[in-house]
Design a protein around this ligand. Sequence first.
Ligand SMILES: C[S@@+](CC[C@H](N)C(=O)[O-])C[C@H]1O[C@@H](n2cnc3c(N)ncnc32)[C@H](O)[C@@H]1O
Ligand code: SF4
Length: 459
Amino acid sequence: MEISEELLIKYDVPVPRYTSYPPANYFKDGFTENNFIELMQLSESENPEHIAIYIHIPFCQKICFYCGCNASLMGKGNFVQPYLAALRKEMEMVFRHMDKNRLVSQIHYGGGTPNSLTAETLKEINEFIFSNFKMIDNPEIAIECNPAHLDHDYIDCLKAAGFNRFSLGIQDFNTVILKQVNRDPSRLPVKDLIDYIKESRDDISVNLDFIYGLPGQTIESFSETIREAVNLRPDRLVTFSYAHVPWIKKHQVILEKRGLPGADIKMKMFLAAHDILIEAGYISIGLDHYVLPGDELNVALENHQLHRNFQGYCTRRTTSEVYAFGVSSISQLKMGYSQNIKDLKGYIEAIGKNMLPLEKGYILSDEQMITREIITGLMCNKKISWPEIASRLNVTEDRIKKNINLEKGSLTVFVNDGLLVETPDQIEVTDKGSLFIRNIAATLDKGFSQNGNTYSKSV
Ligand SMILES: C[S@@+](CC[C@H](N)C(=O)[O-])C[C@H]1O[C@@H](n2cnc3c(N)ncnc32)[C@H](O)[C@@H]1O
Ligand code: SF4
C-alpha cells in the first residue's frame, strides 16, 4: 500500500485514540462516591452484563523512556505492601455494592509490570475474586508481562493460579534499540517462553507487543523484528505506534535527544510490518492488532462481536463492562466511566481514609451513548450500517446522523481522499482509510476540538 506525503501531512494531527468514547480527557473532576454508586446501580438495573475486572499493578524494576503507562519504580518509597493492602480494600469496598449473581468473564492485570509481584501475590488476588464471584465457563485471565523477569518457575505458578492469556512486551528484538530506551531484553529466548507457556495447554494464548517509532529503529530493522516475530507464531501480536506525549510523560523528552523517526518513516514501518504479517497469514483486527485465523478475536470480528476497551480489542463475550481497581485505573460501565487517582501516594491515602479513590468520571447523555456505539463500531468493524444501528438502539436513522453532523457532509473530505466509501445506508473505511481511522472517528465526535497538545498524533 502506498500513502502519499500529502495525505500524511494532512492527517498527521493530534486526535484521540478512542479506547473509550468519550476519551479519558473528557472526564470531569468532582466525580463523587455517590456518582459512582449511581453508575453501578444503573449498570445493574437493566440486563446486567458479565463483569470484567481490571487490576492495575504500577510497579516496574526500570522505567522505559518511551513508556506512556502509569508506572512507578519498584524500589522507590516502599509502596508495594501498602499498595497491595489498599487494592484489596478497594475491591472489598466496591464488591460490597455489586450483585454477586453476576458472573465474572475476565480478569486482566495491566501495568506497570504485574509480573514484578510474586506469583503467589497474584494468585491470592485471583482467589479473592473467585471467593466473591462465580466465573463464566472458560473465563479469560490475562496478564501483561515484561519478559525480562519471566522464568519457568514463575510461569508454572501463573498457570497454576489460573492465568490463560499471556501478553509479553517485546517492543523490539534488537538489543541496541532496547538499550537506547532503557529496557532489558527477554531473560529467556522468546521462543522458549512461548513454548513453555503453551506446553500441553490448548486453552492458553500468547500475545506479543511491539512498538515502532523509537530512536534507532529503521524500516528494515523493524521489519526484521516482525519477521522474527512471525516465525514464533504467537496467537496475537500488536504493533503500537509510539505515542509521544512528553508534556505528560517527562521522561520521553530523552528520546527527542536520541532522534525520533518522522511520520513518513513511522508510516512505512507500520506498512512494512503489516505486509509481513498479512503475508504470514495473520488477520488484521482494528488498526494495529493481528491474530491467527482461529483466534477468538477473528471469530468475534466475523460475528460482529468485536469490542474495544482500554485494554485493547476484545470480545463482547468476555468484556462488556469493566470494573477497574488500582491507581489510575478506569472503570467502563454501561452509562459512563470513572477514573481512580493517578498519584500512587494519593491513591493509598484515599483508601486509608475509607474513601473510594475516585479522581474523575463521566456519565454519558443519551446522544453520547449513540455516538459511542458509532465510534466503537467504526474502530472495531471499519463499517457502520445506519439501519442496523438504528434498530439495535431503537432510535431513528435521522437522529443518529444528526448526532454526528452527517447531514452537513462531514465525511466528504475522507470520501474524496479515498479513505471512506459512503452510500445512503452505510459507510465503510477503505484499507488506506484504516490508517487514518482515528481522524474519521474524531470527525464523528461532536465534542472533539483540537486543543493543542492533548493527544498524540495520529501516525
Ligand atoms: C503496561 S505495558 C506492558 C507490560 C510490561 N510492563 C512490559 O513493558 O512488557 C503495555 C504496552 O504498552 C505499550 N506502550 C507503552 N508505552 C507506549 C507508548 N508511549 N506508545 C505506544 N505504546 C506504548 C508497550 O508496547 C507495552 O508492551
Ligand atoms: S513499558 Fe512496561 S516495563 Fe517499561 S516502564 Fe512501561 S510499564 Fe514499565
